[in-house]
Write a protein that binds this ligand. Structure first.
Ligand code: SAH
Length: 202
């Protein structure tokens, strides 16, 4: 685990999950020697596995206690999916690139996770069939906070999402409330684009 992680992340469940999940198994073979650096890495198809510090920050913001149904958008390598699976009851994860979804399924299966469902993204963002979710983690950058995702969040549910331009974003934590949703900023970040209706064009 990097020093920055240990210093700035307080949720010990998040730190424990990240210290025992083998990140190198989610990284292409040629980049494995970099798996424990605190940076993003390419995973093919112009996508990246996120930086560990950002992953920890986003996960902590979801305030998971263990009994939640969580939606993840952007399975990618599946690394973040594994962390969520350790911290919540059920993880529904959606990915646009079928080959990434397939390799994530394989790695997560080989590690023994049984509380993860991975689906190929459809027209509408997220996975409305299984809504509402107690928490939603979006690991690709949106132009705005998509209404279609907010509507899949339960009351008091938390969503973490990067939103801004196509290349740099602000990380937002949105807590759904009956009247006015609460929106907090967690800092700057840089994610690949969230593609789809209500987000960016391919
Ligand atoms: N959490 C992943 C991040 C992968 S990068 C990891 O750490 O490995 C973001 C991913 O979001 C990419 O794999 C991209 O294909 C996917 N993506 C982009 N738009 C999407 C959408 N509308 N629905 C589902 N996945 C999407």
């Amino acid at each position: 685990m990097t020093k920055q992680l240990a210093a700035e992340i307080n949720d010990t469940r998040v730190l424990a999950a990240m210290s025992h999940i083998p990140r190198e198994q989610f990284v292409p073979r040629e980049n494995r020697y970099l798996a424990y650096e605190d940076g993003p890495l390419p995973i093919g198809y112009e996508q990246t596995i996120s930086q560990p510090y950002i992953i920890a920050l986003m996960t902590e913001a979801l305030e998971l206690k263990g009994n939640e149904k969580v939606l993840e958008i952007g399975t990618g390598s599946g690394y973040q999916t594994a962390i969520l699976a350790e911290l919540a009851d059920t993880v529904i994860s959606v990915e646009r690139v079928p080959a990434l979804a397939e390799s994530a399924r394989e790695v997560l299966g080989s590690l023994g996770y049984e509380n993860i469902e991975i689906y190929i993204a459809e027209e509408t963002l997220g996975w409305p069939e299984r809504a509402p979710y107690d928490a939603i983690m979006v690991t690709a950058g949106a132009p705005d906070i998509p209404v279609d995702l907010l509507s899949q969040l339960s009351i008091d549910g938390r969503m973490v999402i990067p939103a801004g331009s196509r290349y740099v974003q602000e990380l937002y934590k949105v807590t759904r409330q009956k009247d006015k949703n609460r929106v907090e900023k967690l800092g700057g970040c840089r994610f690949v684009a969230l593609i789809g209706k209500g987000a960016w064009e391919n």
